[in-house]
Write a protein that binds this ligand. Structure first.
Ligand code: FAD
Length: 298
């Protein structure tokens, strides 16, 4: 059966795509505090602070689903400026729909290649985020094309997609971020236990194979399974990394880094935070309280 949580989650994701809801929610004063928890307001000092504490970063300039070429160009300019303030060893996370994937795959490829070239010059890597399911085909096509010139460009696999296992098998040698999946997709697993099982199947393939696994979850059980598999497969601490979101389980981030593991924090910044924030609220029914108060305080 479909649980209450699944229904609430899908309602929240619908809200994340609504322009009307965006106008209401983003102008609410209470929203500000919630935004601050999940979105860096000064990216330079957030990166400096995390780096000082021994955490790695992947930085996301917020924005997605652009409909004009100029917006895609502006996103590239923003990433090029961002690269100037990142230390070597940092990563940037890029959404292809922010680079014009909905307009043309070629456009998104060219813009992403511009970012990869500039990043390589600074010792920074690039990872392509996975988005709505109708963009996934384009995502892997662009990733394959980019890898010819930039073998270290990473890509995300969403375990809620039934073909995620097959996808992991095809990504030998690549940097692969495995996550549960934050959108909705036709045919996707929705039951938490099914998503977890798929996550573990993917993790086994990645850890045993030639990919560089980036384990993106806050789930304590999956984290334990990942660390066990890494040991069984003979990967040392440099052979894989954990990734978590800015503002989510910061004590656990510090703990894993303290144990000597590579822990990378996904840090979003920028004004276009609405859809990102709604996806974070959808992941946590407890967060709905904030959300409802924020609507009522208008
Ligand atoms: P859950 O079962 O959702 O959470 C486990 C526990 O973590 C919860 O019980 C809670 O304690 C804590 N927690 C989780 N989320 C929150 C929250 N929002 N606020 C407070 N506590 C929370 N998805 C994509 O579709 N495409 C991507 O490219 C992508 N990139 C990601 C990059 C990183 C580094 C991470 C960490 C996630 C990314 N995601 C992406 C999101 C991912 O798909 C999940 O939606 C998200 O991570 C929640 O799943 P979970 O594995 O943490 O497990």
């Amino acid at each position: 059966g479909v649980s209450v949580v699944t229904v609430l989650r899908q309602a929240m994701l619908a809200v994340s795509r609504s322009e009307r809801a965006e106008r209401v929610i983003s102008t609410s004063p209470l929203t500000r505090d919630v935004v601050k928890r999940y979105v860096a307001d000064d990216i330079a000092s957030a990166v400096a602070d995390l780096t000082r504490r021994g955490l790695l970063v992947t930085v996301d300039h917020l924005g997605e689903e652009v409909t004009e070429r100029e917006q895609a160009d502006a996103a590239v300019a923003e990433y090029l400026a961002l690269l100037g303030l990142l230390p070597a060893g940092a990563d940037v996370s890029v959404k292809l729909t922010a680079l014009g994937l909905r307009l043309s795959e070629q456009l998104a490829y060219e813009r992403a290649a511009d970012i990869c070239r500039a990043a390589a010059g600074r010792g920074v890597t690039v990872t392509l985020d996975a988005e709505e399911s109708d963009t996934v085909h384009g995502l892997y096509a662009v990733h394959t094309a980019l890898r010819r010139e930039h073998p270290d460009v990473g890509v995300v696999v969403q375990a809620y997609l039934p073909d995620s296992l097959e996808r992991c098998e095809k990504l030998g040698g690549a940097r692969v971020r495995l996550c549960k999946g934050a959108y909705t997709a036709p045919g996707a697993y929705t039951a938490p236990a099914e998503i977890d099982r798929s996550f573990v199947r993917c993790l086994k393939v990645l850890m045993a194979g030639t990919a560089y696994p980036m384990v993106a979850t806050h789930d304590p059980r999956l984290l334990r399974i990942a660390s066990t598999l890494a040991v069984l497969d003979g990967r040392d601490v440099t052979g894989f990394e954990y990734q978590m979101l800015y503002g989510v389980r910061p004590a656990e981030q510090a703990r894993l880094a303290g144990l000597g593991s590579q822990m990378r924090v996904y840090v979003p910044y920028g004004d276009d935070w609405y859809a990102y924030l709604m996806r974070r609220l959808a992941e946590r029914p407890r967060n709905l309280g904030f959300f409802l108060r924020s609507l009522m305080s208008r």
